[in-house]
Design a protein around this ligand. Sequence first.
Ligand code: AG3
Length: 281
Amino acid sequence: MDLWYTEKHTDNAGITIKTTETLFSGKSKYQQLDIVDTLEFGRMMLLDGLVMVTERDEFIYHDMIVHPALFTHPNPKKVLVIGGGDGGSIREIMKHPEVELAVLCEIDGLVIEKSIEFLPSMAVEIDGNNPRVKLHVDDGLAYIRDHQKEFDIILVDSTDPIGPAVGLFEENFYRLVFTALKDDGIMIAQSESPFYHAKIQKNMYQSLRAVFPIVEMYQAFVPTYPSGFWSFAFASKAYHPITDFDRDRSAKRNFHTHYYNEDLHLGAFMLPTFARDNIAK
Ligand code: AG3
């Protein structure tokens, strides 16, 4: 049985992927979770019908949400991931030996549970066997409210600003993140598609600039996300992603990255005019 699944990206366009098998389908307290198999992209996880990850292209997103910040900060010891229940971000963080502890704060325990079961290549480090990883099933907002000046880096690995993630795109949340970071801390947040989500981005970057002294956008190509042109916000208290980047440390990394590299670290911050104009100060 072949079933062509379409995620609509606008009222008039979307992405269609042939699926071969449903591995899990169920509703948590927060959202609909589906994990299906596909021929083109391997296993694919959807939340409320939106593509979150596929086995074939997740390396792009996870390299890019993690490595630019971890190679800019000179000594990241304590990292928090908000969202990211599939474990892909934690897997990449664990490649940095100087990280002593990574905390995963995911609101939906079902996402963690089913990722461990069906997406083992992503969930390798969140199965409870790594003492450098701590899991919290909790609302990210509630969690950071109780943590002050604690983290070197906070990654917001969220869904789109609908459903449980709405609050993660608001100025009030960025203020809490600022407080939860140490004095030289960095926040990275996935920041949607410059092509389709101009309005969301405009608001988001305006809110970030009201809170953080350094705010830059960088891009990555994620084939299964809306338009394929995806972005991340780099919001920082002290370190600038280009002028404070230690190119040598990045080039000498002792692990393989299939997308990120020391040249792309710089190139990713160069934006097309329409994307740059939309978030200009
Ligand atoms: N988080 C970003 C997903 C956004 C995709 N949006 C969409 N398909 N409309 C993915 C989580 C990966 N750890």
